[in-house]
Design a protein around this ligand. Structure first.
Ligand SMILES: [Zn+2]
Length: 343
């Protein structure tokens, strides 16, 4: 009997048609032979290991020749069982479950989504834990080189006059003074960027960047300070670094769960991962909003300044900004204004 499949050398992407021969005319009983489409002869082979990809399309046989033999789904493997190692029975039983019927499918999808759910729950704590092991001097160095890269690609020098810069910097220092001591050296960088527009952002280290366009757009230094307080909130909660580390956990987790081969599955989970990350970053935004309101109140400035900023953006970018593409990692402004008002 010939059992057809595809052969791949481990570590390469080359695949050729092949067949496993059992009890063919003239073949000695109890022997297994491998015939490759690219070779004239056949070689004797043994099966070292069997893996079934859950929900995947094939069963993989690790052969003694160093090749991997892929059996298409639905192949009758009864004849091969005597050649399989005892340890393979568990996984071939799983493959049988897979073939069974809708009940098997339901159990498998529970397992699958259970795994994704567990993974989803694990991303935030694992990423945050990993953050604690990243040495601070590395973070500060990385932060500096990110700013350098941004400078080359998107940012121009500020055109704000010295006096205004000093005033904003002095206000910013009042808020920095309220933050925990390890953030006392947080630097405020003035830049401009017609490409990015009215914005300010926090880098992974103790760096906040303020763009001239935001100062012009806001036209209100309480609002500018409210935004800077929000960015300092990102710094003191290490949001940028936590976001990066959570992303790393997603990438590592996906490759551990799925391996490198099943690209569709990987994409599905990868997409789930980016949704998870978007969710996290929304929480980070709300957290920084609340932090901003608290600090603004503490130094006797308008805690709702940030809400005024959102109202202004909302007015200027309707109807695109509300649930929209380019700000989709941020919560809707209406929600943020509501949360701020509640503060
Ligand atoms: Zn933010």
């Amino acid at each position: 009997m010939q059992i057809r499949g595809v052969l791949s050398k481990s570590g390469t992407t080359n695949r050729i048609d092949a067949a496993l021969l059992v009890a063919e005319p003239g073949q000695a009983a109890g022997t297994l032979y491998l015939a490759r489409a690219d070779a004239s002869g056949v070689t004797q082979a043994g099966i070292l290991n069997v893996t079934s990809s859950i929900g995947g399309s094939d069963t993989r046989l690790q052969l003694s020749t160093g090749d991997v033999f892929h059996l298409p789904a639905g192949t009758d493997i009864e004849m091969l069982k005597p050649f399989m190692p005892r340890s393979a029975w568990a996984s071939s039983r799983l493959a049988a479950l897979e073939r069974v019927n809708w009940r098997g499918a339901i159990i498998l999808s529970f397992l699958f989504f259970g795994m994704i759910f567990a993974f989803r729950l694990a991303v935030a704590p694992l990423g945050d834990l990993a953050t604690k092991f990243v040495p601070q001097h590395l973070v500060q160095t990385a932060s500096g080189s990110i700013l350098q890269q941004l400078d080359t690609a998107f940012l121009d020098p500020t055109t704000l006059d010295e006096e205004q810069q000093e005033r904003i910097r002095a206000d910013f220092q009042k808020i920095v003074a309220l933050a925990p001591p390890e953030f006392a050296d947080t630097r405020l960088h003035f830049r401009s960027s017609s490409m990015i527009g009215p914005n300010a952002f926090a880098l992974p280290g103790n760096d906040v960047v303020l763009l001239d366009e935001l100062v012009t757009f806001a036209d209100d230094e309480d609002v500018v300070l409210g935004v800077l307080a929000h960015e300092l909130g990102h710094v003191t909660s290490r949001h940028a670094l936590r976001h990066i580390m959570r992303g790393t956990v997603v990438v590592v987790g996906v490759s551990l769960l799925v391996g490198a081969e099943d690209s569709i599955l990987e994409e599905m989970i990868g997409f789930g991962g980016s949704v998870v990350l978007a969710g996290h970053s929304q929480n980070f935004e709300l957290e920084a909003d609340q932090q901003s309101a608290g600090w603004m109140r503490a130094i006797g400035r308008d805690p709702l300044a940030l809400a005024r900023f959102f109202q202004k953006i909302e007015k200027e970018c309707e109807p695109y900004c509300e649930d929209g593409g380019f700000l989709s990692t941020h919560p809707a402004f209406k929600e943020r204004i509501k949360v701020l008002a509640a503060e």
